[in-house]
Design a protein. Structure first.
Length: 298
């Protein structure tokens, strides 16, 4: 890439420039688009010209305000489909926008980097809001001091190895209702409600790669019913495979007995709760001034 060559080309006045977009989804899929009339390769990504992609003017600032723009395009089976948008496969995808000389695509500059925001679909087309990387500054930062654990099961703070036996299983679904209620085999060795608050990932089928959070996990005669908090947006059929992981309710007792991982517990089980802060002396209760411990989930 030669940024100087592109700037020199722009100074000539008679330019051959266009825009290109690359989209990197969280499932590892990378797509490229351009508003030129021929396909181009930009930054190692093949950018298609048949998507009908266009963009509004890019708003950029020198401060900490969020840069933003919008992209428009047609829903095509070869690139962006309505089913993928509905399933959430493009939610939070990384987007980069380039200005380039289409006669020499290596001469380009990156005008924008951010992520996809709100996406709307109307009459076979879509409109996507693009949010700059300064959008991350709008998220709450820092550690929360709560009685329950603030780590995510299996992350670097939790350090629990979910790959060890007894904490995950891959099974074929016997039936699915509304993309939310899964009928599974009995799964010997896993207690009732073992997977509640756990993670369910679809391994095969049209919804492969999509995930959900388990709301309810109950054993009944001949099988197991697993219900998610929210329906998965793509079709799931009987016979598709899913991977389900043990759930954690963030309580210290669960961390100690279910996962044997209390040394990595990232909560404060003895922090005073609201009942302690609002307490007051009453005639029929001892008021000797002894230490009180509140907020514990033990």
């Amino acid at each position: 890439m030669t940024k100087e060559a592109l700037l020199a080309h722009l100074e000539t006045g008679a330019t051959t420039v266009c825009r290109a977009w690359t989209v990197h989804r969280r499932d590892g899929v990378t797509l490229g688009f351009t508003d030129h009339d021929q396909d181009l390769v930009v930054a190692g990504v093949a950018c298609r010209a048949d998507s009908g992609m266009t963009a509004r003017a890019l708003q950029q600032t020198t401060g900490l305000s969020v840069d933003n723009t919008e992209a428009f395009g047609a829903l095509t089976a070869a690139s962006i489909t309505e089913a993928d948008l509905a399933a959430g496969r493009f939610d939070g995808a990384e987007v980069r926008v380039y200005l380039l000389n289409w006669q020499s695509p290596d001469d380009h500059i990156e005008q924008f980097r951010g992520s996809l925001g709100d996406i709307t679909r109307v009459d076979g087309s879509f409109r996507a809001e693009l949010r700059g990387i300064s959008e991350l500054l709008n998220r709450p930062q820092g550690r929360a001091y709560t009685s329950r654990c603030t780590a995510v099961l299996g992350d670097q703070r939790c350090r629990f190895n979910l790959a060890q036996p007894g904490y995950s299983a891959i099974q074929v679904t016997a039936g699915v209702e509304d993309g939310r209620v899964f009928r599974l085999p009995e799964l010997p060795g896993f207690a009732d409600r073992w997977f509640e608050e756990g993670r369910l990932e679809v391994v095969s089928g049209a919804a492969a790669g999509l995930v959900g959070v388990v709301k309810s996990d109950r054993i009944d005669s001949g099988g197991r019913n697993v219900e998610l908090w929210q329906s998965i947006g793509a079709p799931i059929a009987a016979g598709d495979s899913i991977r389900i992981q043990a759930g954690c309710d963030k309580r210290p007792s669960t961390c100690r007995t279910k996962f044997l991982n209390f040394l990595n517990f990232r909560g404060f089980p003895h922090i005073p709760g609201e009942d302690w802060l609002a307490s007051y002396p009453v005639p029929d209760r001892p008021n000797g001034g002894a230490r009180r411990v509140g907020g514990s989930d033990e």
